[in-house]
Design a binder for this molecule. Sequence first.
Ligand code: AKG
Ligand code: FE2
Length: 116
Amino acid sequence: MGVSDETLVRLIKYMAPLTRDYERGLHAHTDKSISTIIFDNQVSGLEIEVKDSQWIKLSIYPSSFVFVVGDTLKAWSNGRLKVVNHRVIMNGYKNRLSIATFAIPIEGIYQNKSID
Ligand SMILES: O=C(O)CCC(=O)C(=O)O
Ligand SMILES: [Fe+2]
């Protein structure tokens, strides 16, 4: 498996919840990609899971982005680079817009030493 010049760009609109209750925007997951770059419109909602199953909401500053290590990059680095479980929870009054750009690996065979 190798790096390709293929990227997948996903534009996502998360509607502000109509009630005061929390509303899930995107389920908890890791990305299958090599890596993912996320921009948003400064409406928070993206959360990462840290120790003890605590979730931290990220604020992405203007002209900044979040770099997410994907499952593929974790495998290539033999686990030295960690993946992070992330999700989107909408609880404000503004719609959130995000652009997620996924670096896609070339299909093929690779060997992965499991170190978990
Ligand atoms: O919209 C976001 O902030 C996150 C998107 C995401 O994690 C994904 O599409 O895999
Ligand atoms: Fe993701």
